[in-house]
Design a protein around this ligand. Structure first.
Ligand code: FE2
Length: 558
């Protein structure tokens, strides 16, 4: 059985994937190919990449699965929210809901667009509930026989949070908390109020939070301790002439984007993150109680909150945890694509996801062609890992472009910018010379898996950088540029069997320095998608302060 999974909602993070006989063989977000970050358009480039990679023709597809309900479900729910007073009836709100519905209805949820672009197909077009698709993406790739599955996002069609019970390769729905009672909505509204872009920059609020201190009371907007939590969306939702009126009344003026960050902003970020962590913990606790399982699977955009995930790990509530690395909506494609396996009482394939190297790759011939096209001086390497380690130990900042691109928001050693984590100035150097991003945003470490326990108090099996852990106090001064102000880090643990080249790079760095840790950030400039092609890599390399580019078997230096 060959199934194409698609995320297309016109909201954010369109994506596509291909599942063949239960195996996820390829997945890519549209943004990587189109170069428009969080691209919400129909993922025609991503679909084409799936078909090309697997040498599949549209006629061979058995199913095309969209990770959303048929158009209309969201619109009907919005109308109910307006009628019941849960959301304010404003011209903008009603217009946006109506236009979105009409557009999706016209495209038959994307099915019509698919046949217009790719031609008629015998494949069955299926529309999988959005939270079911998220839940499948967490449970089926966890490898757990039994699990409490929790989905938390901004919104699905009508869902905000849902709990599922996974067992014997099937999922049973336990409960749903409907939108707008949504942790994701609460977080994204404050992200925008703090001068950042909602559904994109929530990371920045999470990174800023440890610089703040307790004291800001947000209980008018969220009751995180309640079981289940409650979000008072009406207070958050006032837009139009008086945007964020209630937040402004209680917390002061909205921050103008790119303006100075002051202590008030830091304290608000602290309070937002704190409320989110408490609310997430309360949902996870409820899921464990209702399912009687201490293996927890998480998905949905809120599950990208690595800080909260790290606290769940050390809470003592859970035995095992799996967070879908593409927790945001790009990840509903691989979830939806598994829905056909549940037909007629069937079971999910249950293949544990141990890596996210699911995207396109470019061989040395394609890379060399690109380097020649741009008339670059380059050399061929006999050992890219050793060369990279030598350059890193000499303080160089590297572009690292190797193998298949990662699926999900994190760079995990395929499309990465690498640096020496021992240099306390390295964070500032990379921030100002390469990433051009805000000073407070932390960088993450890649550890040799065997060595993670020497440095970290938890999260020593963390292949996806989606859990934070505390760095042991005596190790913080050894890797200062990847240790956040509160002593935390967002580690990637690298396994030799899974990414031998990247593992060996860290090993070679350890041989030279005694430290089996590399600073790893995504290979992109601020506001851009992670690089996809050799051309993207070369362009980004020459638009930044990186010292060298290791691309396939080649080295380009400035
Ligand atoms: Fe979602």
């Amino acid at each position: 059985m060959i199934t194409l999974g698609i995320n297309y909602s016109q909201m954010h993070d369109s994506s596509a994937c291909l599942v063949r006989d239960g195996e996820l063989v390829f997945a890519v977000a549209e943004e990587r190919i189109s170069r428009a970050k969080h691209d919400a358009r129909f993922p025609q480039n991503a679909i084409r990449a799936c078909l090309d990679f697997a040498h599949i023709k549209v006629e061979q597809l058995n199913n095309v699965c969209f990770g959303w309900q048929v158009p209309g479900a969201a619109f009907r729910h919005d109308l109910k929210c307006y009628a019941s007073g849960k959301m304010p009836v404003t011209y903008t709100n009603v217009l946006n809901s109506t236009l979105h519905y009409l557009s999706m209805w016209h495209q038959v949820g994307g099915a019509k667009r698919f046949t217009q672009i790719f031609g008629e197909t015998k494949a069955r077009m299926r529309f999988v509930g959005h939270h079911l698709a998220h839940a499948l993406s967490a449970y089926a790739y966890s490898g757990f026989d039994e699990a409490a599955v929790v989905v938390m996002d901004g919104r699905g069609a009508w869902e905000a949070t849902s709990i599922w019970h996974g067992g014997d390769g099937r999922l049973e729905h336990v409960l749903t908390i409907p939108f707008p009672d949504s942790i994701g909505y609460f977080y994204s509204e404050f992200t925008e109020y703090l001068g950042f872009q909602c559904n994109s920059d929530e990371w920045k609020v999470m990174g800023l939070a440890p610089y703040g201190k307790p004291g800001v009371d947000l209980r008018v907007f969220i009751e995180p301790e309640a079981a289940p939590y409650r979000v008072h969306a009406r207070k958050l939702a006032v837009k139009g002439e008086a945007p964020f009126a209630e937040i402004v009344r209680l917390c002061g003026p909205r921050r103008i984007p790119e303006s100075e960050i002051d202590n008030r902003h830091k304290d608000i970020a602290y309070a937002v993150q704190d409320a989110c962590e408490i609310a997430m913990m309360s949902v996870v606790k409820m899921a464990i109680e209702k399912t009687n399982s201490r293996n927890v699977c998480l998905a949905g955009g809120v599950a990208l909150n690595s800080k909260a995930n790290g606290k769940i790990v050390v809470s003592g509530l859970v035995d095992k945890i799996f967070v879908q690395p593409a927790a945001s909506d790009d990840g509903v494609a691989p979830g939806a694509a598994l829905a056909p396996y549940l037909d007629s009482g069937g079971c999910l394939p249950m293949r544990p996801m141990r890596h996210a190297y699911l995207g396109p790759e470019f061989d040395d011939e394609a890379i060399e062609n690109a380097l020649r096209t741009y008339k670059l001086k380059y050399s061929r390497l006999s050992d890219a890992a050793a060369t990279a380690a030598e350059l890193l130990s000499n303080g160089k900042i590297l572009g690292w472009f190797q193998g298949r691109m990662e699926f999900g928001p994190r760079a995990l050693g395929s499309r990465s910018i690498l640096a020496d984590p021992r240099d306390p100035e390295m964070r500032a150097k990379v921030n100002s010379a390469v990433k051009f991003r805000e000073w407070w945003r932390p960088f993450a470490p890649s550890f040799k898996k065997e060595a993670a326990g020497d440095y970290l108090e938890s999260a020593t099996d963390s292949p996806f950088m989606i859990l934070t852990a505390q760095v042991k106090p005596e190790k913080r001064s050894i890797i200062p540029s990847v240790t956040h102000v509160d002593g935390s880090a967002r580690p990637q643990t690298v396994e030799k069997e899974i990414n031998p080249l990247y593992w060996r790079l860290i090993e070679e760095f350890a041989k030279r320095t005694g430290v089996p840790v590399i600073m790893n950030t995504s290979f992109n400039l601020r506001g851009e998608a992670i690089v996809h092609t050799p051309t993207d890599a070369v362009r980004t390399f020459f638009s930044s302060g990186m010292d060298a580019l290791l691309i396939g078997s080649f080295l380009v230096e400035k």
